[in-house]
Design a protein around this ligand. Structure first.
Ligand SMILES: Cc1cc2nc3c(=O)[nH]c(=O)nc-3n(C[C@H](O)[C@H](O)[C@H](O)COP(=O)(O)OP(=O)(O)OC[C@H]3O[C@@H](n4cnc5c(N)ncnc54)[C@H](O)[C@@H]3O)c2cc1C
Length: 385
């Protein structure tokens, strides 16, 4: 299918594909097994200038938008979703800075993000605030010299590895979510430490960790935008980042489909190749149809975000939900087609099936996002455009 990508977009996609095939694919099983953060891959991605893709040109970036970011994430995820999310989380960590930051803040942090020298991370989730993201308890009390942070963030991607964290904390706890603000916190700030490192079902090379703030004093100039806007900024961020989760899902599903075809083309049972059996052919055809449909929706959502459209919540959520459900189904079917071998760690589909599950959970679970879509449907009385 031709998505009429520009020459620059094709170059970015091809570059990401090359890094994924030459550098990530050969070591993905080992990365998964060791559960080690993929620093070598991060350096390869940086050397290919792919961290520059999502950063504006004024700050040493290439000035790409949501679609360009999706193209990179899709290709990386086709090889390994754990590496892809480590890359994508850096973009997530600096998107609020790019949108609401002052010139000084952007000049200070973005060139290092663009070069891949420093990674970013975004932290809203807490033990009491998952789907109910507004129920955060971490406080950022205004004191002489800045904000004093206290509290714990949970399940933060790139936690411990990133240098620059966008943290959502209450600057006015009497107002709940309406008293939340986005604050940049640097890794070595006194009072900022890392807690539990999670051991996960999938995306095991990525880091998922607690952030612990104990009387952590952050300079007042690290506030992003205005006080009290943090929750709105976070929701706006997810509206624009969810196509990226969709892209992670499309890449993973594409990889699983290719692995299933490869296996079906060489496995003989009943004196026949699996690929010649109608049941297997229909499964593969359905997988291919759904992968392409997911890709089309993800690219459309990314282009809609890049158009500057005001209300992208619904299309962005739809792309994330459809693509992640597709990835889960396609990866599960890929294991089925590979039979007992598919269940073994020697075959990539075993890891892909484990990696797929998180896509239905993070950046808003698929139930929560279906509810958001349904609310909008009621508002618009069922019209789709
Ligand atoms: C590997 C990993 C990486 C993550 N990375 C980050 C990160 O970088 N930054 C960050 O801030 N957060 C991150 N998260 C947090 C993630 O976004 C949350 O886990 C997710 O939003 C779900 O919250 P929860 O885990 O508390 O589940 P819960 O909110 O406890 O939900 C449990 C179940 O109940 C359902 N449910 C809850 N409320 C409703 C409702 N009203 N209607 C219907 N169903 C409902 C949910 O859909 C889910 O099925 C990460 C999580 C994981 C596992």
């Amino acid at each position: 299918m031709d998505y009429f990508l520009t020459e620059e977009q094709q170059t970015i996609r091809d570059l990401a594909r090359r890094v994924a095939e030459e550098r990530i694919l050969p070591v993905r099983a080992e990365l998964d097994e060791k559960e080690e953060f993929p620093w070598a891959m991060i350096h390869d991605i940086a050397a290919a200038d792919l961290f520059r893709v999502f950063v504006p040109e004024e700050y040493d970036g290439l000035g790409g938008g949501c679609l360009e970011l999706c193209l990179v994430v899709e290709e990386l995820s086709r090889a390994c979703s754990g590496v892809a999310v480590s890359y994508a989380a850096s973009a997530l960590g600096c998107m609020t800075l790019m949108e609401y930051g002052t010139e000084e803040q952007k000049k200070k942090y973005l060139p290092d993000i663009a070069s891949g020298k420093r990674l970013g991370a975004f932290a809203i989730t807490e033990p009491t605030a998952g789907s109910d993201a507004g129920n955060i308890k971490t406080t950022a009390e205004k004191v002489e010299g800045g904000y004093l942070l206290n509290g714990t963030k949970q399940f933060i991607t790139n936690g411990g590895e990133a240098e620059i964290y966008t943290v959502i904390a209450l600057t006015d706890k009497s107002k709940g979510a309406r008293g939340a603000s986005a604050i940049l916190v640097e890794k070595d700030t006194p009072g900022f430490t890392f807690g539990k490192k999670e051991k996960k079902l999938g995306i095991r090379s990525s880091a998922t960790r607690e952030l612990v703030f104990k009387n952590c004093l952050v300079p007042a100039e690290n506030l992003l935008g205005r006080e009290g806007l943090g929750f709105i900024q976070a929701m706006r961020l997810f509206d624009r980042s969810r196509p990226g989760i969709g892209a992670q899902a499309v890449g993973l599903a594409q990889g699983a489909l290719e692995a299933a075809v490869d296996y079906a083309e060489q496995r003989v049972q009943f004196d026949q190749l699996l690929i010649t059996m109608p049941v297997i052919q229909h499964m593969l055809a359905d997988m291919a149809i759904n992968v392409e449909a997911a890709r089309a929706l993800v690219y459309a959502a990314a282009r809609y975000v890049d158009s500057g459209a005001k209300s992208v919540t619904e299309v962005s959520a739809a792309a994330k939900v459809f693509a992640s459900d597709t990835a889960m189904k396609v990866a599960t079917d890929a294991v089925q087609i590979c039979g007992g071998s598919g269940y073994m760690r020697d075959y990539p589909v075993e890891k892909m099936m484990r990696d797929a599950k998180i896509l239905q959970i993070y950046e808003g679970t698929n139930q929560i996002l279906r509810s958001a879509i349904a609310v909008n449907l009621r508002k618009r009385k069922g019209r789709t455009a």
